[in-house]
Design a protein around this ligand. Structure first.
Ligand SMILES: Nc1ncnc2c1ncn2[C@@H]1O[C@H](COP(=O)(O)OP(=O)(O)OP(=O)(O)O)[C@@H](O)[C@H]1O
Ligand SMILES: [Mg+2]
Length: 507
């Protein structure tokens, strides 16, 4: 198979106040899996959007097999066989259509030579053919809204390669996936590399994944490429992280010990979220960080949202400081001292059309008011504080959140709730999509919360994170609590044992 090469020569992009790409020279060839790494806001997505024709205002050149090409529309990129699966999977699919329709979506528009293409059997047959070719096991008649995130990801990849595809860009595909789903995605990616001779560009903040699946990695920092190296047996996560951050880095995060007080928050026999939360009981003490462990789909998010009033509670009680809370909707929770940093930031966590300042003040507006008026200088002072402590990369606090990079949007979602004076802060997968440095900034903020005598509930499927920052851990399986563990006395194996639903005592 002929080798094809796609590259950029001195490509730059400027947004108001930000030089997002600065003279970037990047090259990738068919048959390789290439990692693209860098801190939040380094320019990874921006560079990939140039290659996908979605950033038409670039300067410099893009070349394919030595010849300059103009990538000023997404159609132009697709015609050249460059396909991209974006960071936000849900936005690219039509939930109310079937898998077949979603896979063939691009084709329906492309090949309709004025006459609508309506051969459903033909469409289903072609969709099934491509899914089979990739060994993806989903029924083409299933509605996309009924698929798991991992399956949606697969449908998007199938859609990408239904058409000509020589270069496939995957922008943080594994962020929302469980370990087994990630393994399945990697199987597919290897298959594409080996049997279809496709070049895959893979973006991820999980460095161990890069060591696992890529042959080479390219590091970006502040809009520039600072390194491209082979992945060898000797490559370490630490060296990649240090190239990314441009400084030395200690991966282990030291948990700060603060005095732990009385029981302040208690959930008893809680049920709800359409049966996904089942008779859950647990408590949190003053100054304590309590982890909620469990695999993707175990009911962690549902539990968080049921407590917060975003899902309907069908039984049980929630008490704070000895008083039973009446929570019907999220504002009830917030008013009574409970905050939730939700998992799906774009849908629930931030208002992307609003500024950084607005978002960071939104959860605690009354704090910034005098009478009925919001005092602008107070909201700005608050915004500066969190931009600084979370290292939010933005040209100004007046920037619209939509213009921030994915990871920086996540940091805003976290910062937003910090300003609200609450007793209990619930975090649902707060580090998803944030770089390793920013992860530590978030951990530091969580430590600040407990130092002030407040409490934290931390839901995550990253057991290593739970082990490094929590005091106690509850393990969920199928909406039930399987075990309560003391962090200092447990480890990954024991958490795993209960996460898969074992009812036997861990030996
Ligand atoms: N449409 C836009 N308008 C203004 N600034 C933008 C726009 N898109 C990106 N930027 C800025 O360009 C820079 C690079 O962003 P980019 O999304 O490429 O980062 P990234 O490396 O993908 O980060 P992450 O890991 O957080 O996804 C950031 O400073 C971002 O705020
Ligand atoms: Mg990005």
């Amino acid at each position: 198979m002929a080798r094809m090469t796609l590259g950029t020569r001195n490509v730059s992009i400027e947004f108001p106040g930000v030089k997002a790409l600065n003279d970037v020279n990047f090259e990738v060839s068919t048959g390789e899996i290439r990692a693209l790494v860098g801190a939040n806001g380094a320019g990874k997505s921006t560079l990939m959007k140039v290659l996908a024709g979605a950033n038409p205002d670039y300067t410099g050149e893009v070349y394919l097999n030595g010849e300059t090409v103009e990538l000023r529309t997404t159609m132009a990129a697709k015609k050249l066989g460059i396909q991209i699966v974006y960071q936000e999977v849900d936005m690219a699919l039509v939930p109310t259509l079937s898998v077949a329709e979603n896979v063939m979506l691009g084709d329906m528009i492309l090949t309709a030579d004025k006459k609508p293409l309506v051969s459903w059997p033909e469409m289903r047959r072609r969709a099934k053919e491509v899914l089979d070719r990739l060994h993806i096991n989903v029924n083409v008649r299933t509605l996309v809204q009924d698929l798991s995130l991992a399956q949606k990801q697969m449908v998007l990849i199938a859609r990408a390669i239904v058409n000509k595809c020589n270069f496939l860009i995957l922008d943080e595909p594994t962020a929302p996936l469980s370990d087994s789903e990630t393994a399945e995605l990697f199987r597919l990616v290897r298959h594409l590399q080996e049997t279809e001779n496709i070049a895959i560009i893979f973006i991820s903040h999980r460095i161990h994944e890069i060591l696992q699946i890529c042959q080479k990695y390219t590091v970006m920092r502040n809009g520039e490429i600072v390194d491209t190296s082979d992945v060898t047996d000797k490559t370490t996560t630490r060296e990649i992280i240090e190239k990314m951050l441009g400084r030395s880095f200690e991966e282990n995060f030291p948990k700060e010990t603060v005095p732990i007080g009385e029981k302040v928050f208690e959930v008893s026999h809680l049920s709800g979220a359409d049966g996904k939360v089942n008779d859950v009981s647990f408590y949190v003490r003053k100054g304590e960080i309590v982890g909620i462990a469990g695999l993707v789909g175990a009911g962690k998010s549902e539990l968080c949202k049921t407590i917060f009033g975003a899902y309907e509670k069908t039984g049980g009680t929630i008490t704070l400081n000895g008083k039973e809370l009446k929570i019907k909707i999220p504002t009830d929770a917030l008013r009574q001292g409970i905050a939730l940093v939700p998992e799906e930031r774009r849908k629930e966590g931030v208002l992307v059309g609003e500024t950084v300042t607005f978002n960071l003040s939104a959860a605690a507006l009354d704090k910034f008011c005098s009478g009925a008026f919001v005092i602008k200088s107070r909201t700005e002072e608050n915004a500066r504080k969190y931009v600084d402590s979370l290292g939010i990369k933005t040209p100004s606090i007046n920037q619209k959140v939509a213009n921030l990079s994915g990871g920086n949007q996540q940091k805003v979602a976290v910062g937003k709730w910090m300003a609200a004076d609450c007793d209990v802060y619930i975090f649902d997968e707060p580090t998803k999509g944030v770089d390793v440095g920013a992860k530590q900034d978030i951990f530091r903020l969580i430590n600040d919360i407990t130092r002030q005598g407040n409490s934290v509930i931390y839901a995550s499927c990253e057991n290593s994170e739970l082990l490094s920052i929590t005091d106690r851990i509850y393990v969920l399986f199928d909406g039930h609590v399987m075990a309560e563990l003391e962090t200092a006395k447990t480890g990954e194996d024991e958490i795993m044992h209960y996460s898969v639903g074992s009812t036997t005592q861990y030996a």
